[in-house]
Design a protein around this ligand. Structure first.
Ligand code: PLP
Length: 393
């Protein structure tokens, strides 16, 4: 637990973000005052529909889409599930799905489920920087492929993938293309008007809206089969009474994301770069994970060799610093994450990998604080690390 009176320095924005106060103000009236059901005949409820459509417009505008292409969902995971299950249902003769090895579990585990149903799911490998080789991908996509799904940006290392080129490869083979853009919406400019992408997932809580709301873009003309079957909401594409307050929040968050896009790619990036440069200057035996030239402006994944990421996180936590590690705690043993494994990051580096993810609310003073506290933490852990000491012997 952090010591008392220590302020939180939150550098875990790829896990979730703070709700922007302006977003909170926008959603508030829809919890207690404007609580009607958009489907009601009376004015009190019926007026809600117009607010939902306004929010849909803001989401569409951020993506360069038209409002009718946006469907609200409960989260990024639901959007990914809906896109993938729809694609395989509308192309029943095609029995193959191609994804990358570094997708979020919201895609990879849907792939596992499809395998149980008899589909062939192929995971495209990545190189040591986490990049996808388009020629290898091209060889794997064929006329039996219903869908190619590759994320726009990776949540752990921040790599940005060539989604337009991948969409082209999918289309050449008559397959649909879906991208999980949960980490890129709000961080990098997106213009779907000029795109070949068929479906795109996003999640509110990664861009300063609350948890529990997301959206799926389905390009006009692409057939869609509902994942949640029920009422006529969302033009019959997703049953369930609309989560009005959160939808309004997502709309506001998208409106603000457009306003802050330049800031995200200049000021937030500068802070991320300063953090990295400071770490490189003050700590030895580190490596940067991922494609340094082509990644999200807010993310850095740093491997501190020969020590455990969890120990680093625990010591940083004492200073109120929040980050995350590249390990997943499964069955009591700490396994490096599937992303670092797919990249072939050596064991001694993968175990000590920490992801710092910034936001527009991060301050220079917070970066200074991390740069002050981190080097002694690493030094302390290395002093007691048998791996570090034998590497120096
Ligand atoms: N896809 C990616 C790339 C993510 O980073 C996440 C969340 O971490 C998700 C999907 C799932 O989004 P949600 O938490 O809204 O279900």
């Amino acid at each position: 637990m952090p010591e008392e009176n220590i302020k939180t320095v939150y550098l875990d924005n790829n896990a979730t973000t703070a709700v922007d106060p302006e977003v909170f103000e926008a959603m508030k009236p829809f919890l207690c005052d404007l609580y009607g059901n958009a489907s009601s005949i009376h004015t009190f409820g019926g007026q809600i529909a117009a607010h939902i459509e306004k929010a849909r417009g803001h989401v569409a505008e951020l993506l360069g889409a038209v409002p009718s292409e946006i469907m609200f969902t409960s989260c990024g995971t639901e959007s990914d599930n809906a896109a993938i299950f729809s694609a395989v249902q509308i192309c029943p003769k095609r029995r193959k799905v191609v994804v990358s090895k570094v997708e979020h579990p919201a895609v990879l585990n849907v792939g596992k489920e499809l395998e149980r149903k008899g589909y062939r799911v192929v995971e495209v490998p990545v190189d040591s920087c986490g990049r996808i080789d388009l020629e290898s991908l091209q060889e794997l996509v064929d006329d039996n492929t219903a869908l190619v799904s590759v994320m726009w940006a990776n949540n752990e290392i921040g790599n940005i993938y060539p989604v337009e080129k991948i969409a082209e490869i999918a289309h050449k083979n008559g397959a649909l293309f879906h991208t999980d853009a949960v980490q890129s919406v709000g961080k990098v400019p997106i213009n779907l008007a000029k795109s070949k992408i068929d479906m795109l997932s996003l999640s509110g809580h990664k861009l300063h809206a609350p948890k529990g709301v997301g959206a799926l873009y389905v390009r006009r003309g692409v057939r869609f089969r509902p994942f949640i079957i029920g009422g006529h909401q969302e033009r019959g594409r997703r049953g369930g009474t609309e989560n009005t307050a959160s939808i309004i929040a997502l709309g506001k968050a998208c409106e603000l994301a457009r306003k802050y896009m330049d800031f995200e790619n200049s000021e937030v990036k500068k802070m991320r770069d300063r953090l990295e440069a400071g770490v490189i200057a003050s700590i030895s035996s580190i490596r940067l994970n991922g494609d340094i030239e082509n990644r999200l402006p807010n993310t850095t994944s740093i491997a501190f060799e020969y020590i455990e990421g969890e120990s680093i996180l625990m010591l940083l936590d004492r200073f109120g610093i929040c980050a995350s590690s590249g390990s997943a705690c499964t069955t009591g043993s700490l396994e490096p994450s599937h992303v670092l494994r797919a990249m072939g990051v050596p064991y001694t580096a993968a175990h000590g990998s920490i992801r710092f993810s910034l936001s527009r609310f991060t301050t220079d003073a917070e970066i200074d604080f991390v740069l002050e506290k981190l080097p002694p933490v690493i030094e302390r852990l290395r002093e007691i690390s048998p791996f570090w000491n034998s590497s120096k012997a």
